[in-house]
Design a protein around this ligand. Sequence first.
Ligand code: GEK
Length: 243
Amino acid sequence: MNSPKDTLFATPQLEIAGFRFDRAVARVFPDMIRRSVPGYETIIAMTGTLAERYVQPGSQCYDLGCSLGASTLAMRHHIRHSDCHIIAVDNSAAMLSQCREILADDDGEIPVELICGDIEQIPVHNATMAVLNFTLQFIPVDRRNALLQRISDGLQPGGVLVLSEKVAFEDPQHQQLMIELHHHFKRANGYSELEISQKRSALEDVLVPETLAVHRQRLREAGFSSVDVWFQCFNFASLIAIK
Ligand code: GEK
């Protein structure tokens, strides 16, 4: 997908406000996420592979924090049953309106319901697949258990949750190494030191990473019987959790 270049943090800002998913971000989002998240494109492609395997006839799929609908499109084009339904939710009106345009140009046959709303309020039922692709990290830590419990309760036995997150590490030396390697990745993708440091400040307290151990335990407590990492590059990881 061709998208305008992300230059949002290219010029010095006197005060860095907390990061928000507004129109300026929605406009450059595909470029921003591709140049910032190592493995993003692989994770999206494999979401399609997982949809092919896990989505059952007559069931629902949820893309929670859908942004411009990349995971929705991956599922839509790989689900093997025409009687399924995808529910894509985001609370950014700017993201949703652009997502709506992208979906209008897509020829997939599976119906997609777009909801501008809070994923903490959306009922989940009769699901065989749910995707939280780099979204849980924006939910306050003390509310993450409740959200995962609701998703687990709404999944059929055998259903899958794909949870992708920026993660933290207990070992301070390893944590520092992962941050440096991630910054190297961003520099190699054309971001300047100023852009990297201003974006980092904007995400402080907005995006809160946790360790993989915390994610695994939370998923198990929410009722997932099989939980493990299927993809990781530096401090970005994706887990498969089977109900
Ligand atoms: C992708 N999954 O391309 N309710 C609904 N949406 C929310 C909430 C909330 N409480 N909090 C944050 N969001 C996408 C990428 S981006 C990841 C997801 C990133 C939304 C927010 O508006 C944004 O669109 C998305 O979650 C996170 O696969 O930018 O790092």
